[in-house]
Design a protein around this ligand. Structure first.
Ligand code: NAD
Ligand code: GLY
Length: 372
């Protein structure tokens, strides 16, 4: 695999009929204003970001847009940074800014940032004047391999993670891999959680490749990153095309998330990064899969080694009791008819949806899981 360049970005497609859209991947793509402009629906554009990302990239993006089309009306909105601000008040600030600018139904929102900005901007786009266009320009590894693709948008509620939201697909996803150069190491690790997730649930060959290339990925090796991002996006695009609204196979993308969302909500949004909670959550899912006889202890050890090598936690917060986990897991969006539905490993590279875990087994798994 060669590294995609600005002149020749790699392009994937999310096939959803008339709502299909491209994912462009390459270093320096943010400077390609023409590419972004070609996906706008009118002449009104609002770039929404947070204060951290704004300092690095906002001016660059708006300059590229203005250079590509001087007739555009370009507005910007800078929100506070953090998972703690991923709430309906944040979305309301986007609605306010759109209304104050007098933006109409043919305006386009551009989400410049990580998954928090992408999810909030997507939800604002889904709901403003019953739906306007939006474009994802993800700048964290996590958002480049997962949250920017697939149209899940929304915000947290004090009682549950991502509980308020809508499915609303972007018009395009523009992944400038060079933005990862400014990403803190802890955030890179959080993104790796979602990358290795694809290997665990769907692609054993990719999992084995990740085991070999993890150190290169953590060093930000260009070729390794391009391959990891491309393969992750290709798997996500394939799954979303099969099951846009999570009636079946898309649920597999939630490996570790039922445990992880419980950790994020219980600890207070932002205390554990999403990817960190997913890392520990995948470990808990592997442990439960072994207790149910799906995988053996060698597979669990291999899972632990890879999660640890990403720089992610493999134990749960000391302050969380079994009841803290179970009460939050009962609120998970995947559940049907009061049964907790979990994504478990059938083998490394293959996952399943399971809703028959005896409560005593789940209880023991959580109780005996290591604490940090
Ligand atoms: P984030 O958006 O909070 O970004 C992480 C941190 O990195 C922030 O402080 C941000 O300001 C900073 N940052 C972003 N880009 C940067 C850059 N290039 N250089 C320096 N700093 C940068 O977190 P995230 O991990 O990107 O996303 C997590 C969110 O995504 C969670 O809310 C999670 O629920 C959501 N999510 C959504 C989906 C989906 O399908 N919609 C999937 C997975 C996760
Ligand atoms: N990140 C899970 C999904 O998009 O379905």
């Amino acid at each position: 695999m060669t590294t995609a360049s600005i002149a020749d970005p790699l392009s994937l497609n999310v096939s959803l009929g008339e709502r299909s859209y491209p994912i462009y991947i390459g270093a320096g793509l943010m400077d390609q204003g023409e590419r972004l402009v070609s996906h706008l629906s009118g002449r009104q554009v609002m770039v929404v970001t947070n204060e951290t990302v704004a300092a690095h990239y906002l001016e660059r993006l708006t300059t590229a847009l203005a250079r590509a089309d001087e007739t555009l009306r370009i507005e910007t909105l800078v929100l506070p940074d953090g998972e703690a601000y991923k709430n309906i008040e944040g979305v309301s600030r986007i609605w306010d800014a759109l209304l104050e600018a007098g933006f109409n139904r043919r305006s386009t929102l551009v989400a410049l940032g990580g998954g928090v900005i992408g999810d909030m901007v997507g939800y604002a786009a889904a709901s403003y004047q019953r739906g306007i266009s939006f474009i994802q320009v993800p700048t964290t590894l996590l958002s480049q391999v997962d949250s920017s693709v697939g149209g899940k948008t929304g915000v947290n509620h004090p009682l549950g993670k991502n509980m308020i939201g809508a499915f609303w697909q972007p018009r395009a996803v523009l992944i400038d891999t060079a933005t990862l150069a400014t990403l803190p190491q802890r955030e890179l690790s959080a993104g790796l959680a979602e990358v290795i997730k694809y290997g665990f649930i769907y692609d054993r060959a990719f999992l084995e490749w990740l085991e070999q290339q993890l150190d290169a990925l953590r060093r930000l090796d260009d070729a390794a990153l391009a391959t990891a991002i491309e393969r992750s996006c290709a798997i996500k695009a394939e799954i979303v095309a099969l099951d846009e609204t999570e009636q079946g196979v898309r649920a597999l993308l939630n490996l570790g998330h039922t445990f992880g969302h419980a950790i994020e909500a219980h600890m207070g949004y932002g205390a554990w990064l999403h990817g960190e909670a997913v890392g520990a959550g995948m470990m808990m899912a592997a442990d439960l899969s072994m207790r149910l006889g799906f995988i053996d202890s060698e597979a669990v050890d291999r899972t632990r080694r890879l999660i640890e090598r990403c720089g992610l936690p493999v134990s749960a917060p000391a302050e969380m009791s079994v009841e803290d986990f179970v009460s939050r897991m009962k609120l998970d969006k995947k559940n049907l008819d009061d049964r907790i539905r979990l994504i478990l490993l059938q083998e490394l590279g293959k996952a399943c949806v399971h809703d028959q875990t005896p409560s005593a087994v789940l209880h023991d798994c959580i109780k005996e899981f290591p604490r940090c």
